[in-house]
Structure formats: structure tokens, C-alpha cells
Ligand binder design. Structure first.
Ligand SMILES: Nc1ncnc2c1ncn2[C@@H]1O[C@H](COP(=O)(O)OP(=O)(O)O)[C@@H](O)[C@H]1O
Ligand SMILES: [Mg+2]
Length: 337
């Protein structure tokens, strides 16, 4: 098959996507496909370098977050139309974050009639937008931390200041723990809210759930073994997510059979409630009383060497190349009548 791999993009998670995309492209080539890499935010010269495999596009070790990634919007539309002309059998979307994971590029491909892997535009938008996900989870009776929403920077913060601490302050539509702070002292609340507004248009303030950090991969109808994350920092932040050695992992997580089943089922229910397709990864906190709380669903989870979904798949006997092939197959299935 001819497969276009989308990587890079213009989100705060650009660097991670470049790495995810390289892993995906390599696996696809090894699986015998014809692979074309497209960075939708690249201009023509950069796009040429990308397919020539130049080092500025690959061999990124520890991704460095930049608030204003290169070339916001540059050529985005043109690049999508160019993909149409390449007549791929399918596009493998290895983007993360704004424009890539939030339903925007999905809408563009839907309009252009380009088949792509993963969730369609609406579930992508619902999942990336924590404000909307929370409404859907509530409706579905899924457990999640109690949260307040700040719609604008200038909205009154009276209620927020009265909440019992610690609270977690985060932008409603970002990933990779960008703009997230745990507030433990009342005097730190304002700054945390301001910081979150630097990263997103709305801000969520939610109860801090102590305990363990878990994530569950969904592959088709399948619930993968649970991964427990043990970050070196108090939270699973940007550094712990992407710098090797900054977290240790256990898969399957040490949980009894019943609790494992309960958490896996919650993950599948969250995935289905949002209407996600093909695959996703659902993040949880598990309180010291063993009560699970859903944090979010990632529709385009990381696909790098240290990423969690590939780890979980591996524990289920699915190696990376087989995982990529399954994601392609689920993608193609969306277009079969
Ligand atoms: N309510 C919470 N209680 C405890 N830790 C939290 C909470 N919300 C977020 N975190 C920590 O921050 C990390 C990132 O939060 P998450 O909601 O998954 O957003 P992101 O989209 O940035 O990954 C989590 O993996 C967890 O370590
Ligand atoms: Mg997360």
C-alpha cells in the first residue's frame, strides 16, 4: 500500500510527533509499504529535507517544547491538498496536539476525501477538549475528578480560591502536561491559572487525586494490559514523559484481577462514549482507596520508543510493527461499507 505518514505539525508537541512519525514510517517500510512523510506545517524546502531524511528532522533525542512552533499554519491547506494528489491508500496520522489531534486536520481530510487512521473529526475534538470530554464522561456516568472551568482569563476566581488544596490547574485543550500546575499553596493559585491561560483558551481547576498513575490502551475492541507509570517527579510531566530514565513503567500493572478488569472496562467505555475509533489511550489516577478516576482519552497517543501504547501492545504479544499494521487495518475499516 501507499501510506502517507503525517508528522510534525504546528502544535506544542511538534517534536514528539516528529519522533512518533519516524518510528511509524520505519515500521511501515519494514512491513513492505511505500511510505511518504508529510509535515503539514513545513514549507516546500523543509518538506524536501524531510523526505531526504536530514538530521534536523530525525534523531531528535529529548524533544524541546517551544510555545511558538515553527511556521504556524504555513502551507497547511496546500499540503493537505498535495496529499490528495498522492492518492494514498491511507494516511497514518502521527501528529499530536493542536491541529493534528483535535479534529482540525481530520476535518480537512474528511472534506478532501482522504482516508486516515484513528478517530474522525468529532471524537478527536471531543477527546482533546477536556471541557467537552468531562461533559460526555458525566453523561456516561464515568468517574472523574471534580472540576471547575474558567472560561476567560478575566473571569472571577473567587470560587477557585476557596477550593480545598491541592488542586490541579490545566488548560482545557492541550497535551503533554503543557501549562499544568499542581497548586498546594493558596498564594500560588493565580499564577497557575495565568500560566494555564498562556497555553489554552479555557482553564480547568480540578481536585488533585493522590495515588497511582495508570494508562490503558484500546486497540479496536481490545483492552490492552494496564501500564503503571512511576514518574520521578510528582506528576507525569513533560520531562518524565519524553526523557528516558525519568519514569519507570510496569506492565501489566500490579493490580488484582477484578480491579484490572474494572479499570480496563472504564477505559473502553470512555473511548466509546467519545466515539473514538481504532485506537486510543486512556489516562487514569488510582486513589489510595483504589478508586479509579479518568483524566483523559488520547486519540493520537505517542508512538516513540518509550511510548505507552506500544508498551501495552507488546505486553499483549503485539510488537510495534504489528501494532502499526493493526492501526492501518482499523483505519481502512472505517471506509468499508
Ligand atoms: N486531577 C489530577 N490529580 C492528580 N494528578 C493529575 C490530575 N490531573 C493531571 N494530573 C497529572 O498531570 C498529568 C497530565 O494530565 P492530563 O490530564 O492527562 O493532561 P495532558 O493532556 O497534559 O496529558 C497526568 O498524567 C497526572 O500525572
Ligand atoms: Mg495525559
Amino acid at each position: 500500500m501507499r501510506v502517507v505518514v503525517l508528522l510534525g505539525g504546528d502544535s506544542g508537541e511538534r517534536e514528539i510527533s516528529l519522533i512518533s512519525g519516524e518510528y511509524v514510517a520505519k515500521a511501515l517500510a519494514e512491513n513492505g509499504h511505500e511510505v511518504i512523510r508529510i509535515d503539514p506545517a513545513a514549507n516546500e524546502a523543509e518538506q524536501e529535507k524531510l523526505n531526504a531524511g536530514l538530521p534536523e528532522y530525525i534523531h531528535l533525542k529529548f524533544p524541546v517544547f517551544s510555545l511558538k512552533p515553527a511556521h504556524p499554519g504555513a502551507g497547511f491547506l496546500k499540503n493537505i491538498l498535495a496529499i490528495k494528489g498522492m492518492k494514498p491508500d491511507i494516511v497514518f496520522n502521527a501528529l499530536h496536539g493542536t491541529h493534528g489531534e483535535d479534529g482540525v486536520i481530520q476535518s480537512m481530510m474528511e472534506i478532501a476525501g482522504i482516508p486516515f487512521t484513528g478517530s474522525d473529526s468529532v471524537p478527536s475534538m471531543l477527546a482533546m477538549n477536556k471541557e467537552l470530554s468531562k461533559l460526555v464522561f458525566d453523561e456516561a456516568g464515568l468517574p472523574q475528578p471534580k472540576a471547575q472551568l474558567l472560561r476567560t482569563r478575566n473571569a472571577t476566581r473567587k470560587k477557585i480560591r476557596k477550593l480545598p488544596l491541592p488542586q490541579v490547574v490545566k488548560p482545557s485543550d492541550q497535551g503533554s502536561t503543557l501549562g499544568l500546575t499542581i497548586v498546594e499553596k493558596p498564594e500560588d493559585m493565580d499564577q497557575a491559572v495565568d500560566r494555564a491561560f498562556d497555553f489554552g483558551s479555557k482553564v480547568i481547576v480540578e481536585e488533585y487525586i493522590p495515588g497511582r498513575e495508570l494508562t490503558v490502551g484500546i486497540l479496536g475492541e481490545r483492552m490492552l494490559p494496564i501500564v503503571e507509570i512511576k514518574p520521578k517527579h510528582a506528576i507525569y510531566d513533560y520531562e518524565c514523559k519524553y526523557q528516558s530514565g525519568m519514569s519507570s513503567y510496569e506492565c501489566p500493572a500490579r493490580l488484582d484481577e477484578e480491579l484490572t478488569r474494572t479499570i480496563q472496562t472504564l477505559a473502553l467505555r470512555a473511548h466509546s462514549a467519545l466515539g473514538c475509533q481504532g485506537y486510543s489511550r486512556v489516562d487514569f489516577r488510582l486513589s489510595p482507596e483504589n478508586k479509579p478516576y479518568i483524566l483523559e482519552v488520547n486519540t493520537l497517543p505517542g508512538m516513540t520508543g518509550t511510548s505507552l501504547l506500544p508498551k501495552a501492545a507488546n505486553a499483549a504479544g503485539i510488537n510495534f510493527n504489528a501494532l502499526i499494521e493493526m492501526i492501518i487495518e482499523f483505519g481502512l475499516e472505517k471506509y468499508r461499507i
